[in-house]
Structures are given as C-alpha cells and as structure tokens.
Ligand binder design. Structure first.
Ligand code: NDP
Length: 335
C-alpha cells in the first residue's frame, strides 16, 4: 500500500521535503472492517491548513501520519455487514492506495451511487464542496430572491455550486474568478449574471457595474484584497460568509485581515464563518436537493482530473496557482 505521509511542516508553499512516500504491507481484515481501493482523491485547499501545527476546527495531521484526504473508492473486501465488495463509497481515506478500517457509523464512510453522478462528482457537487456551498449559502448567507450574491473563486468547486444555488433561488449572481476562460465558463455554462476577472485590474469598477443595487451576500473563498474590495459595496444588513481565505493560506507573515471592516458597522452587516463538518447530519438533505437539480438538467459540475498517485505533491499546488479549472481530483486507479 503506497502512502504519502507528512514528513515536515511547510513554511509557505509545500515542497517535496514535506512529504514521504512510503510502502506498507496490507494487514488482514479484522471483524467489522472493510478494505477500500481508492479511485479518486479529493485535493482541497484545506489540506494546507491541516499541515500546520496549532488549534483549528480539526486536529492537525501529525508528522509521520498519512495525509488526510477525502476520497471515493470501491470496497474490495468486507467483514462488515454494512458494506459488500463492489460497493462504491466515500470517506476520509487519506492519500494512500488502500484504506482499511472499521466501517461503523462513526467512520463517516458512506455508500455513493455512481448511477446518479460520475464518481468525481461525489467529491464535488455531491460531496464536501457541494455541502459547503449549499449549507454555507443557505444557512449563513440566507439569500432572498432578488438579492445580489457575489462569490469569489467562482469557477472552483465551492464557488460554482454557490452561484448556481443562488441562481435557483432567484438571486442576481456575480462571480469573481481569475482569467477570461473561467469567467466565460461561469457566465455561459453556469448561468451567472456576470463574472469579474480579478486578474484584469482593480475590482471596484466591475463590482459597481455588475452590482448596481449593491451586494447583499458575499460568499468569500479567498480573503485578502478581494474581500476588502467587496466590503466597500455591501448593502445594509449584508451577510458575508467566511468560507475560506485561499489567498492567505501560504503566508509566511500573519494573515491579513480586512482593512475595510468598518463597513460592517456602517451597514449593520455581519461576517460569519462556516465549517462544513457541522452540517454532516444534514448531508443527505443537501445531496438530495443538489441531485434533484442535477437530474433536472439545470445544474452543472466540472472536475479537473489529474492522473497518477505520485503526482500528489505537485497537483496539490495547482490550487494555489489557480491552475485547476473545476474541482481538483487525483485519479489513482481504474474503477
Ligand atoms: P477551488 O476549486 O475554488 O480552487 C481554488 C481556487 O482559488 C483556484 O482555482 C483559484 O481560482 C483561487 N485562488 C487561488 N489563489 C488565489 C488568490 N491568491 N487569490 C484569489 N483566488 C485564488 O477550491 P475549493 O472550491 O475546494 O475551495 C474554495 C475555498 O473554500 C477555499 O478557501 C477552501 O479553503 C474553502 N473551503 C471551506 C470549507 C469550509 O468548511 N469552511 C470547505 C471547503 C472549502 P482563480 O483562478 O479564480 O483565482
């Protein structure tokens, strides 16, 4: 069983020396356990945070531990009544070719239906990013029909679903993304009302043009200067969903907070964080609603598939350079 383990904590962007590629023999199954052959690994911006020491919403990956990762795979051996060989499953299987463990309720291992959507989509719209978008927008953002919703990293995994859910609710939806191709995709394929290319120049004029009635909900995936720019355009009682701050994850200096935060005071607005895991008991509800929209054909998803287990370290970096176009997944075995 090949595994990527955390060898050392990174300073700034992760480098090769932060990883150790190990080979380990597979142990025989114990009663209640299953063995999963991992097919697709989810590469997530959050992985960078999990590599850091210190208190967070989840404990850090320990030095020498297999790197944490969400994944989908197929059960190849089972001594659990809950799963049979051949079942497709998702879970936190880690960056390794096989996962062996107790498949009880607590494990978080769940069956997925490849007939409903292709396997990589279970790491995207029907997986963790989709749940983040769905519950983060609805529960924290609380958008109403006719309001203006802005979302950053709009062509990415979370962003694409945020915008499409907002559109379903009858909101005006404006994306922010890097580059003309991503902006075109967001408007033409996903049906956003507009998309602003933040690499083209300052955001101010685009926000003014495309949010003529101001911003009611800002779903923030990136933090930094983009958050600051949107703060200058918010309406009374605006809701800012703090989902992530990818522009800050590889800082070697402290995270830069918003200079324009007094806009919250002036507009009696709020900023609130979301951690998707809090909604785990409600995932079935999110999956059902998103699957329904997928079936109706009005909803799109896009995955960026990189192939090869050994490519893990370099593929992860794509997220921080905007080189992924859609949800980034690593294919490590044939289904
Ligand atoms: P994406 O698929 O959106 O990929 C990351 C994208 O971020 C890149 O493609 C790039 O898009 C953009 N980006 C990278 N660096 C910068 C930068 N310096 N400034 C602006 N944009 C940048 O990833 P996800 O959808 O998986 O994650 C999006 C955000 O959601 C992350 O912050 C992540 O941590 C957060 N998240 C939070 C969760 C929670 O529970 N709170 C759960 C899941 C995700 P572009 O080319 O447009 O710049």
């Amino acid at each position: 069983n090949q595994q990527f383990r955390l060898a050392a904590r990174p300073v700034g962007l992760p480098v090769a020396a932060n990883w150790q590629l190990l080979e380990e023999a597979l142990a025989p199954l114990e009663e209640g356990q299953v063995r999963v052959k991992v097919l697709y690994l989810s590469l997530d911006p959050a992985m960078r945070g999990w590599m850091n020491e210190g208190k967070s919403y989840i404990r850090p990956v320990a030095i020498g531990e297999v790197m944490r990762a969400g994944a989908v795979g197929v059960v190849v051996e089972s001594r659990s009544p809950r799963f049979a060989a051949g079942d497709h499953v998702s879970g936190a299987f880690g960056v390794q070719r096989y996962w062996t463990g107790a498949a009880d309720e607590k494990s978080g291992v769940v069956k997925i239906d490849p007939a409903l959507a292709p396997l990589p989509a279970w790491l995207n719209v029907l997986g963790m990013p989709g749940m983040t978008a769905y519950f983060g927008l609805l529960e924290v953002g609380q958008p109403k029909a006719g309001e203006t919703v802005v979302v950053s990293a709009a062509a990415g995994a979370v962003g694409m679903t945020v915008g499409q859910v907002a559109r379903q609710l009858g909101c005006r939806v404006v994306g922010i993304a890097g580059g003309a191709d991503k902006c075109r995709f967001v408007v033409e394929e996903l049906g956003f009302d507009a998309c602003i290319d933040y690499k083209e120049g300052p955001l101010g004029p685009g926000l003014k043009q495309h949010c003529p009635n101001g911003v009611d909900v800002y779903f923030d995936n990136v933090g930094g200067e983009i958050l600051d720019a949107v703060l200058t355009r918010i309406n009374m009682k605006a809701r800012i969903v703090i989902c992530g701050a990818i522009s800050q994850y590889n800082n070697t200096t402290p995270v830069k907070g918003p200079a324009n935060y007094l806009s919250l005071l002036v507009n009696r607005a709020r900023m609130e964080g979301i951690v998707v895991f809090d909604y785990a008991p409600r995932y079935p509800e999110g999956v059902a609603r998103l699957a329904q929209w997928l079936r109706e054909g009005s909803f799109r998803h896009r995955e960026h598939v990189v192939e090869g287990f050994e490519k893990f370290p370099e593929a992860l970096l794509m997220l921080f350079e905007g080189k992924n176009f859609g949800k980034l997944v690593l294919k490590i075995a044939e289904a």
